[in-house]
Write a protein that binds this ligand. Structure first.
Ligand SMILES: *Cc1c(COP(=O)(O)O)cnc(C)c1O
Length: 379
């Protein structure tokens, strides 16, 4: 039997970039400005150019980015924030961390992205109830594909809601030729190591075209500082991106576009081999995914997954439970049966290995094993 595969191969990328990584990290060790050193501003400028948005503010993680975004807009007690139930914990956590109430919305079955019709109904329900003030929508670009911003933008404007894109998985993706970061008034990015653009620890960023928002983000990430470090004008936090991580990201950005193309080629090879046999990742018209994950839908998912593990193919389940059924958030949800699509997906999704350094033979080994596993556990 062939040796077990890695789910995400960070070692292959590190090997490719070792020289430039060593040089960038060495430069930081030499100048010693570990907090808000020059690489942080350099990275922010490089991402401004890469994304095509006006302002990028480096922060400590994707979770911190979401939290700062809500704090900067004054969202807190008595406010309702709408978000998809089928997402990573951090999206819901940020809402509760600022004292606001999460309102969980169902997702589309094929794309796993927020269902805009269900969102519109959710906003009406909260308005009618008259208890919490509708304030923001957090749309999640799950698995790397942008949500339906062409409909989300007008809905948010009509209802006076702040539209935040949780782009933690979608840095580098685009919709109708515009990159994530330029699709919503506010975008939160994550540079967690296994995200499409990842550093060697925690990191994140906020992206916006609006200067007043960017200024608030810079202040909040540095303890609410005003014109000087010990002039504290608002509640903030220790939310900075560190210089070493910015230096690592500057190195990785040099090959990022090439890696995005590789991910798209791999996704297409998966599609070709598995089409008709499994639920393929639903692609939205005009969208180019960053392919943070390649996620199929199958019945008897856990048996298929176990069979793949036996032959050395690692898989992941993103996510085994929707947020409204998680013990920490259940008090804000409608219980089992309330968001049927999110609940069905949690039982059916299976993410296959995805990274830019998967060769064709390995993709074929994986798809062969998936087809074999399905034979044993027919869908
Ligand atoms: C990873 C992730 C986050 C959080 O990012 P961190 O950098 O790990 O804090 C938030 N939302 C989604 C959808 C994510 O996948």
């Amino acid at each position: 039997m062939s040796p077990p595969l890695p789910f995400v191969n960070l070692a292959a990328q590190t090997k490719r970039l070792r020289g430039v990584l060593d040089a960038h990290i060495g430069a930081v060790l030499d100048h010693g400005r570990f907090i808000l050193g020059p690489e942080v501003a350099e990275l922010e400028a490089a991402l401004v150019a890469f994304i095509g948005a006006r302002h990028v503010v480096g922060v400590a993680s994707g979770t911190v980015a979401l939290q700062i975004a809500l704090m900067a807009d004054g969202i807190g007690r008595g406010d309702a924030v709408f978000l998809p139930a089928f997402t990573f914990t951090a999206t819901a956590e940020a809402v509760l961390a600022v004292g606001a109430e999460p309102v969980f919305i169902d997702v589309d079955q094929a794309t796993c992205l927020i269902d805009v019709d269900d969102l519109a109904r959710g906003v009406e329900t909260v308005k009618r109830a008259g208890r919490a003030r509708p304030r923001a929508i957090i749309a999640v670009d799950l698995y790397g594909q942008p949500a339906d911003y062409a409909r989300l933008g007008p809905l948010a404007r009509r209802e006076g809601l702040v539209l935040v894109a949780d782009g933690a998985q979608s840095c580098g993706a685009s919709l109708d030729g515009r990159r994530v970061g330029a699709l919503a008034p506010v975008t939160a990015l994550s540079f967690f190591p296994s995200k499409p653009l990842g550093c060697f620890g925690d990191g994140g960023a906020l992206v916006t075209d609006e200067e007043p928002r960017a200024a608030l983000y810079r202040s909040i990430r540095a303890h609410g500082a005003g014109t000087s470090k010990y002039d504290i004008v608002r509640l903030g936090m220790n939310g900075r991106l560190d210089t070493l991580q910015a230096a690592v990201l500057l190195a990785k950005l040099t090959v990022f576009e090439d890696e995005l193309r590789a991910r798209e080629r791999i996704a297409q090879r998966y599609d070709q081999a598995l089409g008709g046999r499994v639920g393929l990742p639903g692609r939205r018209a005009g969208a180019a995914s960053a392919w943070a994950c390649y996620t199929i839908q199958v019945d008897r998912r856990d048996q298929v997954r176990a069979r793949l593990a036996e032959v050395g193919i690692p898989t992941m389940v993103y996510y085994p439970a929707p947020m409204h059924l998680q013990p920490a958030f259940a008090a804000w949800g409608g219980g089992a049966g309330s968001l049927p699509m999110s609940e069905a997906l949690a039982a059916r999704v299976l993410s296959l290995p995805m990274h830019a350094y998967l060769d064709e033979a390995t993709v074929d080994r994986i798809t062969g094993a998936v087809l074999d596993a399905l034979e044993q556990h027919p869908v």
